[in-house]
Design a protein around this ligand. Structure first.
Ligand code: AMP
Length: 222
């Protein structure tokens, strides 16, 4: 049985970091539909243009387009022994479709790890992020503070230049994203809870501790 899993976690829970550990540990690919859609930006086809417009408006791509893209990805040979799905499924329609697709290859989802983090901490992790001017260094003004401030503005430890906050990390936009996440995932978590697949993991722990809990949960489920 392959290790097919749906990794769920609010922004700031460290999903990307943990996905990397899982890829290394289990040798299965990380399939993020957000990444797949972003990769389409370089294409100039009617479909790519449509997807781009939807994403720019902050809306979800229609289920049929999303499912078709996942279907194509699942034809790649690296998906034979499992997949870490990320950002997919986003709703129950997609979840049911994925179950059906996997069943056709005599596979199924074996675990749905949910990286849990309080709304307030999730907001602070995103809203607190600051980058050096060349973006090569990242800090967090709450959790990983730079050493100094100049004229009330945090500055880079290395070059002393003011740090930058990404526009999509401004509090208002962070809150909007995080609230949407909680709204979206409630029915999905319910769907997988009924199947006994959900494994909650405390994402406020240190990175290594989260990784350890996660890997252990997957080992037990596979
Ligand atoms: P993400 O990086 O997962 O936040 O995805 C970025 C954007 O891609 C989303 O805002 C949607 O427009 C689109 N997207 C990603 N995954 C899905 C999905 N499973 N269903 C619909 N739209 C998606």
């Amino acid at each position: 049985m392959g290790i097919y899993m749906v990794l769920i976690g609010v922004q700031g829970a460290g999903k990307g970091t943990q996905a990397k550990f899982l890829v290394e540990k289990f040798g299965i690919p990380h399939v993020s539909t957000g990444d797949l859609f972003r990769a389409m930006k370089t294409q100039d086809t009617p479909l790519a243009r449509e997807v781009q417009a939807i994403m720019n408006a902050g809306n979800l791509v229609p289920d049929d387009i999303t499912n078709r893209m996942v279907e194509e990805r699942l034809k790649e040979p690296d998906t034979q022994n499992g997949v870490i799905f990320d950002g997919y499924p986003r709703n129950v329609v997609q979840a049911e479709w994925l179950d059906k697709k996997l069943a056709e290859r005599n596979q199924r989802i074996v675990i749905v790890p949910v990286l849990e983090l309080d709304r307030e901490i999730a907001i602070m992790r995103a809203e607190g992020r600051r980058y050096s001017q060349d973006k090569s260094r990242v800090y967090n003004i709450y959790f990983n503070q730079p050493l100094n401030k100049k004229d009330g503005v945090w500055v880079d430890d290395v070059d002393g230049q003011p740090l930058i906050q990404r526009e999509d990390d401004y509090r208002e936009s962070v809150e909007k994203r995080i609230d949407l996440y909680f709204k979206e995932t409630v029915p999905l978590i319910e769907y997988y809870t009924v199947q006994g697949l959900v494994k909650k993991i405390d994402a406020s722990q240190r990175i290594e501790a989260v990784a350890q809990s996660l890997i252990q949960a997957v080992e037990e489920a596979k």
